[in-house]
Design a protein around this ligand. Structure first.
Ligand SMILES: Cc1ncc(COP(=O)(O)O)c(C=O)c1O
Length: 383
């Protein structure tokens, strides 16, 4: 039978393996405090839930790929308040079904293998979806390492011109999963200059732009020139709405027009009741501030623990993740296995890319009570 060789060649999605190990422990009747995946468990604001319910009509036709005008308006207004930018809601914004599907399929929109644009550049360790989507689109994928010594920013000056000439698309993700690092606007400006000089597209995955604990991170949307640049964002993390599936792409009008043409083929416009709930979510910051405060409290608990027991937080000041250096002499996977043996599930950095070796990632998604319990366990483990 003809199963795609790309699908066959792909290793099991690393989290599947992680979840299997946790399930085995649960089957033995033991508790697992799950810091593995970044699926927020904060409750969704009741006003958003109400808007979703009120958005259900007697008849609901296919949603249009361009999205509801009121949602595009709400997104443009949010970006205006948050980043001080003026997006044209009709030409520069398109809603997506969460950001994952849009990130996965974007290589199909810009790749031109026959024309010599066959390469997609991604960073590692990282969210695997941009690279996997590129592989399914038939791209050659080049991975740039994110190293602590470089502030977890890729060394774009080390990329040969020959690679840039073949590049259709470059993905960056700041605030970064898994390292928590943020990027300065100068970094985006440098990459955007390269994008225009070599004719590739710069795609900025900004899923974690609202989970910050020091300074609000900048967005690529704040660049003076949007040509060749798009930003992907989502309500998943900001509003704890992973199950709703609601995000957007914004930026270069030519790329947004290409998405308007491409997306009806896939049929991934969000349901209109989700779009109506999303209008409320982008219009309110209070629930986001509450979520941020809850993450900040959990973060403080763990940072204090790490100081007490001599573990090193190597990561940056944003996202729901802590990127923790593995104690000397152990691999990421060994260290994660030790923690799981005590009921604390974390992601080994090596699951997220070769340069993730030497670190583990804590996703601060369990409740504050569960976090306090995990801290108690870890205090004992490292006593
Ligand atoms: C870096 C990054 N980008 C995008 C996403 C996708 O989020 P969603 O599809 O829920 O919008 C995630 C989810 O974990 C992520 O970690």
């Amino acid at each position: 039978m003809g199963i795609s060789p790309i699908l066959r060649a792909q290793a099991t999605y690393p989290f599947v393996r992680l979840n299997q190990a946790a399930a085995e422990r649960r089957e033995r009747g033991l508790e697992v405090l799950d810091f593995g995946m970044g699926d927020p468990r904060e409750p969704t604001d009741p006003r958003i839930m109400r808007a979703l319910r009120d958005g259900v009509r007697r008849r609901m036709g296919y949603p249009a790929a361009a999205g509801l005008p009121e949602l595009r308006e709400a997104i443009a207004s949010w970006a205006g308040r948050r980043f001080g930018v003026a997006l044209d809601p009709d030409r520069q914004v398109i809603p997506t079904l969460g950001s994952k599907e849009a990130i996965f399929s974007f290589a199909q929109v810009v790749l031109d293998v026959a024309g010599g644009r066959d390469t997609v550049v991604v960073t590692e360790p990282g969210y695997p979806v941009p690279g996997r989507g590129a592989e399914f689109a038939g791209a050659r994928v080049v991975e740039l390492p994110l190293l602590e010594a470089g502030g977890f920013l890729p060394d774009v000056d080390a990329v040969p011109a020959e690679t840039w000439r073949r590049t259709a698309l470059v993905w960056v993700n700041y605030p970064n999963n898994p390292t928590g690092a943020t990027a300065p606007l100068a970094f985006y400006a440098r990459l955007a200059d390269l994008a225009r000089a070599y004719g590739f597209v710069l795609a900025c995955d900004e899923a974690y732009s609202e989970l910050w604990f020091e300074e609000p991170p900048v967005s690529a949307l704040q660049l003076a020139d949007w040509s060749n640049v798009v930003s992907f964002n989502t309500l998943s993390k900001r509003s704890s709405m992973t199950g709703y599936r609601s995000g957007f792409v914004a930026g270069d009008p030519e790329l947004v027009a290409a998405l308007r043409q491409f997306r009806p083929n896939v049929g991934t416009a969000p349901q209109e009741f989700v779009q109506r709930a999303s209008v409320v979510a982008w219009g309110d910051e209070e629930h986001v501030e509450q979520a941020r405060a809850a993450y900040a409290r959990k973060r403080a608990l763990f940072l204090e623990l790490f100081r007490r027991v001599g573990l090193r937080d190597a990561g940056g000041p944003s996202t729901m993740y802590l990127w923790v250096a593995v104690p000397h002499g152990e691999t990421s996977q060994e260290f994660a296995t030790t923690l799981l043996a005590h009921g604390v599930l974390v992601a080994p950095g090596s699951f997220l890319g070769p340069s993730g070796e030497g670190y583990v990632r804590f996703a601060l998604v369990p409740t504050e009570d569960e976090c306090a319990r995990a801290v108690e366990i870890l205090d004992d483990v490292f006593a």
